[in-house]
Design a protein around this ligand. Structure first.
Ligand code: SF4
Length: 464
């Protein structure tokens, strides 16, 4: 019997990318193979996001389009997973009669049973238990065939922080850290299959191990990944400032494979708004963490998230956010307008900010940050940086594309380097979202072997 065709579409964050990968392993064991065209599929699975209004609407419009496929092929199975599935549950089956099953963020293990029921009796079902602190990945098949040199690895799920605007604790449940031995074994398997860079994932990744006495803490996990042969680079996301411990800050100055980039969402520069957001730190405390990070690793690249238009945000609160951006000079920033999310505390806060005010603030903030980002990127011009080649550039097919340790995208000419090569590139020009490099003088041997150059290659750890 030939393979069955699976169309898997992922919305939202890197955690969903990882979950989709694990779901594809479960379905591969049921003889499904990925296809890129939904009209060919025997099974369409949407892994959804509900962190803001926009990604939610994208899912609904996609499901609207797939109704036609179901009309053409009544045997087509349509399933929905991820945060929006967790949020809506049975509601999805009522609202979309052409959806056959709904699987929540902690129920991956039930996919087989659900598909068996569907195939045997046509029974449509929704499985959305959040199961307390149960590891959703435990005993799931893991059969990666990485097509890229960089891979995501989820080390924990869920969040206990309950920031007043955030839906994550309601759709991802309580924090649960995966057993470190399982995570490390997974990374060894990936390294053996040619992966050079791993990004450790968690909604609140730097509180790893907190709810598991005797387990490694996050700095301990980083140190253990550092020991894995074949892995050249370590990244992690997303961190919470209140869990940025001293050992973690020092790890940036100590662990050679730990890349010099941290994404540390601040969300607002106003203490009044940070309090209403239930973020658990003040502007002053956040500033102190940033300066300690820069002491430990002077060229560390720092990116953040900011929300504008949070309920009761006054002009002076917004000004405080702009002042913080000016003071810290973030390397880049992702900014969003506040939107109500079902079940969150802030949804009930009365003083909503008018849409046009939020939009004006968002534009002003993005204009300020764009100038800072370009200035920060320009500081890398004429520098020699280590680039992990990922493949050909999307912009110009004749160029190589890769990333610096600080997570800049670099496009550079010259002979094609194999994905996974570590190349020294001199930065010629900086742009808002990428850097352009010169063709590497002493290019690597054809087989793309990794070469550690004795020359002073800027790795952000000046005293290396
Ligand atoms: S720490 Fe992050 S994931 Fe957790 S509730 Fe706050 S914003 Fe959401």
């Amino acid at each position: 019997m030939g393979h069955k065709k699976l169309y898997l579409k992922t919305f939202g964050c890197q955690m969903n990318v990882y979950d989709s990968e694990r779901i594809s392993h479960v379905l591969a064991a049921r003889n499904y193979r990925l296809v890129v065209n939904p009209s060919e599929a025997d099974l369409i699975f949407l892994n959804t996001c509900s962190v803001r209004e926009k990604p939610e609407q994208k899912v609904y419009s996609a499901l609207g389009r797939y109704r036609a496929f179901k009309k053409k092929n009544s045997k087509l199975i349509i399933g929905v997973g991820g945060c929006l599935a967790q949020q809506e549950g049975e509601g999805f089956l009522k609202r979309f009669p052409h959806v056959d099953f709904v699987i929540g963020t902690k129920e991956f293990k039930r996919i087989d049973e659900i598909l068996d029921d569907l195939e045997d009796s046509g029974k449509r079902s929704a499985a959305t238990h959040l199961n307390g602190r149960v590891d959703p990945y435990a005993s799931l098949p893991f059969s990666p065939s990485p097509s890229k040199v960089a891979a995501f690895v989820s080390i924990m799920q869920g969040c206990d922080n309950f920031c007043s605007y955030c839906i994550v604790p309601f759709v991802r449940g309580r924090e649960v850290s995966r057993p470190s031995q399982e995570v490390l074994e997974e990374i060894r398997v990936l390294a053996a299959k040619g992966v050079k860079e791993v990004t450790l994932l968690g909604q609140n990744v730097n509180s790893y191990g907190k709810t598991k006495p005797g387990e490694l803490d996050f700095a301990g996990m980083l140190k253990a990944v550092q020991e894995i042969a074949g892995i050249e680079r370590i990244r992690f996301t997303t961190s919470h400032p209140k869990d940025l411990s001293r050992p973690l800050i020092e790890a940036f100055g100590r662990l050679p494979k730990l890349c010099e980039h941290i994404h540390l969402p601040v969300q607002s520069g106003s203490d009044r708004i940070l309090k209403r957001m239930n973020r658990g730190y003040s502007g002053e405390e956040y500033l102190k963490k940033i300066s300690r990070l820069r002491q430990s690793c002077p060229r560390i690249r720092i990116t953040t998230d900011m929300i504008v238009g949070f309920p009761a945000e006054e002009e002076e609160d917004f000004r405080a956010s702009l002042e913080m951006i000016e003071e810290i000079q973030f390397d880049d920033l992702f900014s969003f307008k506040y939107s109500d999310r079902p079940g969150t505390q802030a949804t009930h806060f009365p003083e909503k900010v008018m849409e046009e005010v939020s939009q004006r603030r968002l534009t002003e903030l993005q204009t300020l940050q764009r100038k800072i980002t370009l200035k920060r990127n320009k500081a890398w011009e004429r520098e020699k940086v280590e680039v992990l080649v990922e493949g050909r550039s999307k912009a110009r097919a004749e160029d190589n594309m890769g990333r610096t340790r600080a997570n800049h995208i670099v496009n550079f000419p010259g002979k094609p380097f194999a994905a996974g090569s570590l190349v020294t590139v001199k930065i010629q020009k900086a742009y808002a979202h990428s850097l352009r490099g010169e063709s590497p003088q002493d290019s690597l041997p054809e087989d793309g072997n990794i070469v550690k150059r004795g020359k002073s290659v800027s790795r952000g750890k000046e005293n290396l």
